[in-house]
Design a protein around this ligand. Structure first.
Ligand code: KIV
Length: 266
């Protein structure tokens, strides 16, 4: 298969082809998903919630993002790797934003970075894109804004809020982003934004009319032990069930002296 690039992703919208995206955080998962044909990974700061057990994404650091991004980049041969800029790595000044974006590329193997926020982040998006680092925007329900939003709440239900999100989408495109995640917004609003933009929209909790769709891989595969799944998630496997059953069999085999046997001995 041919390596996917940023222009290929833009070409998928132009060609009317939907863009399937998954998050990835580790080498083995990236390898499996890449071999299955996923064209784009987001190394999301959701890693803090689904892999490190934090309540939200705020504590995730640059060093943690670099570690996970590098593992994913090593695991893929085909998919485009887009890595999240974590909270505090780009809001504190253009130089800091540029330096951190460059670290994600140099040390994390990212081919693009993702920045949360609309119009207010346009300057940051432009500054990073001017370094020839492709930028993915992220608007609507932006998890790094949970303290302002009062939690993980659907955005844009009111007309005025919807108008602001449309302006955010335009600002992100004008600033030079190559695509934009639309998270937690009504399907009708996502449809309007998708029709208005030239760059691809990647939805999560944004209905069926986006150019692409992303899910957190742990949600998609049923790997979250306790979490309540949001309404927008479709679970395609029950890995939690598979792992529990396999572990129970292992415990039984070892307890009963069935494993290891001669077959597994030197
Ligand atoms: O952090 C994340 O995983 C994300 C994607 C779900 C878009 O931002």
């Amino acid at each position: 298969m041919k390596k996917i690039t940023v222009p290929d992703i833009a070409g998928m919208k132009a060609g009317g082809r939907k863009i399937p995206v998954l998050t990835a955080y580790s080498f083995p998962m990236a390898r499996i998903l890449d071999m299955a044909g996923i064209p784009m990974f987001i190394v999301g700061d959701s890693v803090g919630m689904v892999e490190a057990g934090y309540d939200n994404t705020m504590p995730v650091t640059m060093d943690e993002m670099i570690y996970h991004s590098r593992a994913v980049a090593r695991g893929r041969t085909y998919a485009l790797v887009v890595t999240d800029m974590p909270f505090g790595s780009y809001q504190t000044g253009m130089d800091e934003a540029r330096r951190n974006a460059a670290r994600l590329v140099k040390e994390g193997g990212a081919e693009a970075v993702k920045v949360e926020g609309g119009g207010r982040m346009a300057g940051v998006i432009r500054a990073i894109a001017d370094m020839d680092i492709p930028v993915m925007g992220h608007i609507g329900l932006t998890p790094q804004s949970i303290y302002r939003m009062g939690g993980f709440r659907v955005q844009g239900r009111l007309d005025a809020e919807g108008e602001r999100i449309i302006e955010d989408a335009r600002a992100v495109e004008e600033a030079g982003a190559f695509s934009v995640v639309l998270e937690g917004i009504p399907a009708g609003l996502a449809k309007e934004i998708t029709g208005a933009l030239k760059i691809p929209t990647i939805g999560i909790g944004a209905g069926p009319h986006c150019d692409g769709q992303v899910l957190v891989v742990n949600d998609m595969l049923g790997l979250n032990p306790d979490a309540h799944l949001p309404k927008y998630v479709k679970q395609y496997a029950d890995l939690k069930g598979e792992i529990s059953a396999a572990t129970a069999r292992y415990i039984k085999d070892v307890s009963e002296g069935i494993f290891p046997s001669e077959e597994h001995s030197y």
